[in-house]
Design a protein around this ligand. Structure first.
Ligand code: 6PG
Length: 241
């Protein structure tokens, strides 16, 4: 596991962008990346658009989503809309590189269809598609992608994507399941803010309570795990790493 701590959320995004540029330079083909929603990726997407437009060969990068809210693509809640507004459109990423999870379609059917799209596009190993890089956030309740603590069984689900529900709003989501998350070559958490500190501490110190948090079950079986955090999120682990 690689732990990276920066001073501010802006610096977390900056450090991840630099990591990504170096990482991509070492890959000898097109790569697949699963994006997440959330506030830290929003900072990253702006940075990619402002400073990395001509610095990265975006045609080499195929974009998928690790999770999506079941809303139309022009809805403010859509993870696709956020990425598209802030980064994909401004940078001019070719549309054939954008593999959108269609949040406007019936969730169960779309989870199946999108799983098939990933199976067709990505290499298969150990029985599941292999993403080159999965970007994840973590909620204050320990959820990641859209696997929330009350549906932690989705970590073990057989399907590639599954339907999940937000525990408070009841909003339907489509999310990658644990076996695919843990089958990626590289998985990177981007986590910022004080509200995440307790969960980060419990997870990285492997405390008993962390078993209830989906984010604690992200351990790539054949890949590398990275945690990019700001000092506020990492306050409970900082002295120990
Ligand atoms: C989503 C996410 C989700 C997110 C976390 C952290 O669509 O909501 O993919 O897992 O990454 O909730 O979000 P913040 O970075 O905004 O705290």
């Amino acid at each position: 596991m690689h732990i990276h701590i920066a001073d501010t959320p802006g610096q977390v995004a900056r450090d991840f962008a630099e990591f990504f540029e170096n990482w991509l330079a070492k890959q000898d083909k097109t790569v697949s990346i699963a994006l997440s929603g959330g506030s830290t990726p929003a900072v990253l997407f702006r940075l990619w658009a402002e400073e990395y437009r001509g610095r990265i060969d975006w045609e080499r990068v195929h974009f998928f989503w690790g999770d999506e809210r079941c809303v139309p693509p022009d809805d403010e809640e859509s993870n696709f809309k956020m990425a598209d507004d802030l980064f994909l459109s401004p940078v001019g990423v070719p549309s054939c590189n954008i593999h959108r999870l269609r949040g406007e379609l019936p969730a169960e059917a779309e989870a199946g269809r999108y799983g098939e799209e990933t199976e067709e596009f990505l290499p298969i190993a150990h029985g599941s598609p292999v993403f080159d890089l999965i970007m994840l956030g973590m909620g204050g309740d320990g959820h990641t992608a859209s696997i929330f603590p009350h549906q932690i069984e989705l970590m073990q689900a057989d399907s590639i994507y599954a339907v999940a529900q937000h525990p408070v709003s009841g909003q339907e989501r489509v999310t990658l399941t644990g076996k695919v998350l843990n089958n990626a070559r590289h998985v990177a958490f981007l986590v910022t803010g004080k509200s995440k500190a307790d969960k980060v501490e419990a997870i990285l110190n492997q405390e008993e309570e962390a078993k209830a948090y989906p984010a604690a079950h992200i351990r790539p079986a054949h890949g590398e795990l990275y945690w990019f955090m700001d000092r506020k999120a990492a306050q409970g682990v900082e002295d120990k790493v």
